[in-house]
Write a protein that binds this ligand. Structure first.
Ligand SMILES: Nc1ncnc2c1ncn2[C@@H]1O[C@H](COP(=O)(O)OP(=O)(O)OP(=O)(O)O)[C@@H](O)[C@H]1O
Ligand SMILES: [Mg+2]
Length: 577
């Protein structure tokens, strides 16, 4: 897991190595300084030797300057290394997520992906920075200081041999108790992000149903949960400092007692005793640092796991080895296709689908909600792959084409289409980046979008806000259609794409497609029978099965479901009249 994550260090390896190297320099200086201080006290101040005071003083200042420089350099490198590492890690995650199929995305919620890319990466970054700085500093400091204590006075080093293991054990115990709380906190962050995303994303619905209070309560509940868990965890960790204080005072007492006796016996100088105090503090603080790192690692481990999970996720739709780039025509065939969203053969969203569609045909698809219409068409541009069976386009299995070529030739106007912030032109150019104004205008004409675009004061340069809040539902649909047409595909799929347009516009668009794009295969999913009445053939789908597939005229006579839908809609019209 760690190895996988560390792959993202890349060009920041140098800074990552220089950080502990400089840290080593700083630690060495910090270990030398107390010896020099002891010398200054013993052979300078006590004896009144000015020469000694001066020479040791200069050495001391130099050590202090070096220590400062090393410290600054190590801090600088650590920040370059950890920020660079986080940048790369975010890039790698983002890159990976772009490769995900719809199925991969279904597995994680969008909020969870966002938390992983933000909070989790930040946790990993903090842990990394701490490890390359302190995880090196603390053990070094500990070993050197202990060595110095041992050299100066063996008796006092025994104090540490007793105090250190007890303190260390207790510190680790505290961190272990806090661990489950931290783990829960980050899981709850997903929940929080989910609530925020759903609420802010659907703020218009929330307001129109006057559900603000309910939503606020929902948010408060999760927010409170995080507050409680975090406080609990931090309270436990806070006992670290009480423990440290007791350890420090006990050690100082013991060192003073043994030190004073040694001075009386002539085994220790005052300067040495002063340096022993400094080393004692260093030993204890390095222990404290180790326990902090332990906590940090514990906090970041769940984050690390979550990040690696995204990196390890195998995009289940990939280009195959034999990629064909040319799609000969827009014919479509489904051969014994079964599809299940969760690979459960008992819960099939599509069941034994067999159909043949000729290139250039207009095919209507009709069926009740949840019958599997969107699922069926999603298999054509490989937004999902069938669980079993084959989907063929232009006579070849869709898996044999490169995804790029396939998705370029199969243009789809999704049921939930999205426009991005930017001008209308920017959005339409997603269909064809090099489209000329003439081509754009032609596509807009076919999609019946020209009229409303010309009413915007800057026409194609009209700026669409994030979430396309400043265009109407019908306008959005027509822009999405124009965008899909600009691809000049061999197959075009409308998934309920004119539902927000009036029947006149709907008919006009269909007529335009028939007249101006006769060779393109057109699949039209519709709720209204009128939208499929002029199709060459209509697929009637029910509970994931194709129940009828024939011309609309025949279906009126033979298909029970088609007739039922037709009757209910025609009746609806009479009622309204
Ligand atoms: N991403 C998904 N994960 C799991 N199940 C799904 C997913 N999308 C759809 N389903 C399920 O698959 C079945 C078919 O859904 P599908 O979206 O194809 O219906 P539809 O005919 O397009 O309906 P509508 O007319 O409402 O758009 C439904 O039972 C639905 O609950
Ligand atoms: Mg649908």
């Amino acid at each position: 897991m760690v190895k996988k994550i560390l792959k993202s260090v890349r060009e920041y390896k140098k800074a990552s190595i220089l950080t502990p190297v400089c840290m080593l320099g700083e630690v060495l200086m910090e270990v030398i300084i107390p010896i020099l201080m002891a010398k200054l006290l013993d052979s300078g101040i006590e004896t009144g030797n000015l020469n000694n005071i001066l020479s040791i003083g200069v050495l001391l200042v130099m050590c202090a300057i070096f220590s400062l420089c090393f410290g600054m350099l190590s801090g600088r490198f650590a920040s370059i290394a950890s920020n660079g590492f986080a940048k790369n890690l975010r890039h790698d995650l983002y890159y990976k997520v772009q490769d995900y199929s719809f199925k991969n995305i279904d597995k994680y919620s969008t909020s969870s992906i966002i938390t992983r890319l933000t909070t989790d990466v930040t946790n990993v970054q903090n842990a990394y920075q701490m490890i390359i700085r302190i995880a090196v500093r603390a053990p070094l400091m500990f070993v050197f200081s202990f060595l110095m204590v041992f050299i100066i006075n063996k008796k006092i080093s025994i104090v540490f041999l007793i105090v250190v293991p007890i303190l260390f054990g207790l510190l680790i115990l505290i961190a272990k108790i806090a661990h489950p709380y931290f783990e829960k906190v980050f899981k709850t962050y997903d929940e929080l992000n989910n609530v925020v995303k759903e609420n802010v994303g659907g703020i218009r619905v929330v307001k129109s149903y006057v559900r603000e209070d309910y939503e606020t309560k929902k948010f408060d509940k999760v927010s409170n949960k995080i507050y409680k868990l975090f406080t609990k965890a931090e309270k436990i960790v806070a006992s670290n400092s009480a423990l440290m204080d007791s350890a420090i005072y006990t050690t100082i007492l013991l060192v003073s007692y043994i030190g004073a006796r040694s001075i009386v016996n002539g085994n220790l100088t005052t300067g040495q005793l002063a340096s022993l105090f400094t080393y004692s503090m260093s030993i204890l603080t390095s222990l404290m640092m180790v326990s902090m790192i332990y906590v940090m690692i514990i906090i970041s481990l769940p984050s690390m796991k979550r990040v690696v999970e995204l990196l390890d996720e195998n995009p289940d739709i990939k280009d195959s080895d034999k990629v064909i780039d040319i799609i000969p025509n827009g014919s479509i065939e489904f051969k014994n296709v079964d599809f299940s969203y969760n690979n459960d053969k008992k819960k099939l969203a599509l069941n034994n689908i067999n159909i043949k569609i000729k290139s250039g045909e207009t095919i209507g698809i009709i069926g009740s909600t949840g019958s599997g219409k969107s699922t069926l068409v999603n298999l054509i541009p490989r937004l999902y792959d069938p669980t079993s069976g084959e989907v063929l386009v232009g006579g070849k299995n869709v898996k044999d084409y490169s995804l790029y070529a396939l998705r370029n030739e199969v243009s789809m106007v999704l049921q939930k289409n999205v426009l991005f912030s930017g001008t209308i032109r920017d959005n339409l150019c997603w269909g064809d980046a090099k489209a000329s104004d003439e081509e754009i205008n032609k596509a807009c004409d076919l999609a019946c979008a020209t009229e409303f675009i010309s009413k915007f004061e800057n026409g194609l340069d009209y700026y669409i806000e994030q979430g396309a809040t400043n265009v109407s539902g019908g306008q959005k649909q027509r822009l999405a259609i124009a965008r899909a047409l600009l691809k000049k595909p061999k197959i075009i799929i409308f998934d309920d794409s004119t539902s927000a347009c009036d029947t006149m516009t709907d008919a006009k668009i269909r007529n335009n497609l028939k007249t101006f794009m006769p060779d393109v295969t057109k699949l039209i999913i519709a709720q209204r029978i009128s939208s499929v009445e002029d199709a060459d053939k209509v697929i009637v789908i029910d509970e994931g099965k194709i129940v009828d597939f024939d011309t609309p005229e025949h279906l009126m006579k033979t298909s029970k479901i088609y007739k039922e839908i037709n009757d209910s809609q025609k009746k609806g019209v009479t009622l309204n009249e």
